[in-house]
Write a protein that binds this ligand. Structure first.
Ligand SMILES: Cc1cc2nc3c(=O)[nH]c(=O)nc-3n(C[C@H](O)[C@H](O)[C@H](O)COP(=O)(O)OP(=O)(O)OC[C@H]3O[C@@H](n4cnc5c(N)ncnc54)[C@H](O)[C@@H]3O)c2cc1C
Length: 313
């Protein structure tokens, strides 16, 4: 069975940084990424990135290119299209799937750099909408959504920011939230509530998304003011933007290391988890409020330096 001293799961900024640092420190290391390209969430960033020291890029894809160029130039060992299916922490092996073939890899230390994903509604029609590519960015898709009726689901900063950005482009914007309390910053809330182009619907949940070739309507379930009865309605919309925040990708490790109530992997100051042979970096262990490309890259450096001393290199 193949053995590596350090196995990194995830090829986003955290994993890329850890692999570069491992290479620099002479550690035998392999990075596995389930997608066909390294970069993780960089592929979802359509805005200019202005907060990474020394590299200002017009979007995430440009930063992805720069990071991967650096990574490849450093001759880091990696495999894409390779999904880690299972971690056996007792035998220190992982089971991976690459192009329908399964194999096992044995590690001395494991770094979880699995990142985070947007939370889903979990309602009928949602996955079909995503599979059809009806996934919009409020900042980048203003032209695509011009003149359309748009529903934005959520009550946090990103939902409010999205509603604000689209209110000048779309024909109608509905901001739909399941509660009457919002997590978004107060200044965002005030701006949206007073915007006549945005209809805010509280105490309302989306229960289905309809449309065969594209979204045509959504089903809503609202509590009435007395909270005694529920009201049901169908709302005609052309697009749905789900903005429910992010959740760490930790299914793989659930029950094997300690996680906090919000799902994040609990780590110490060198990013060691409750298992001394398993470390976590990036969005898998960082509160969304504090997650960033630079903190992910920094955590990659910390963990590689720590493992270098553990391996006596
Ligand atoms: C719209 C948007 C805008 C943003 N703008 C900024 C910004 O301007 N500045 C900034 O600093 N940050 C920004 N961020 C945040 C930043 O992108 C993240 O904090 C950063 O990408 C986290 O890096 P990561 O490596 O921890 O995780 P990710 O980037 O999520 O990468 C994790 C990788 O792990 C892989 N993976 C997961 N599970 C497995 C498995 N089982 N097997 C193999 N591979 C697996 C995934 O496919 C993914 O490639 C933004 C994020 C978004 C969504």
């Amino acid at each position: 069975m193949r053995h590596v001293d350090v196995l990194i799961i995830g090829g986003g900024p955290a994993g890329i940084s850890a692999a570069i640092w491992c290479k620099r420190l002479g550690i035998d290391c392999l990075l596995l990424e389930e997608q066909s390209q390294l970069g993780g969430q960089l592929f979802n960033i359509f805005n200019e990135i202005i907060d990474y020291p020394g590299m200002r890029t017009k979007n995430g894809i440009e930063m992805q290119r720069e990071m991967v160029k650096h990574f490849v130039e450093m001759d880091c060992l990696y495999e894409v299209n390779t999904k880690v299916l299972f971690i056996d922490e007792r035998s220190k092996t992982v089971k991976v799937k690459k192009q329908a073939k399964e194999q096992e890899i044995c590690y001395t230390y494991l770094i979880l750099a699995t990142g985070s994903s947007q939370r889903k509604l979990g309602v009928p029609g949602e996955q079909q909408m995503i599979d059809r590519g009806e996934v919009y960015s409020a900042s980048a898709d203003g032209e695509r959504l011009k003149g359309k009726t748009v529903a934005i689901i959520g009550g946090g900063d990103r939902a409010f920011e999205g509603a604000h950005l689209l209110s000048s482009k779309a024909r109608e914007v509905y901001l739909i939230h399941r509660s009457t309390r919002f997590k978004a910053r107060e200044q965002y809330v005030e701006r949206i509530i007073s915007n006549p182009c945005i209809k805010v619907m509280t105490d309302t949940e989306v229960t289905a998304i309809h449309g065969d070739r594209h979204v045509t309507s959504i089903d809503l379930e609202s509590k009435n003011k007395e909270y005694k009865n529920k009201e049901y309605k169908n709302l005609l919309v052309d697009a749905v933007l789900i903005r429910l925040g992010v959740a760490p990708n930790v299914d793989l490790i659930k029950g094997k290391v300690a996680t906090a109530q919000n799902g994040l992997i609990v780590t110490d100051d060198v990013h060691q988890s409750s298992n001394p042979f398993i470390y976590a970096i990036g969005d898998s262990c960082t509160t969304p409020l504090f997650s960033s490309i630079s903190s992910s890259a920094g955590q990659g450096a910390i963990v590689a330096k720590q493992l270098s001393s553990m391996l006596n290199i």
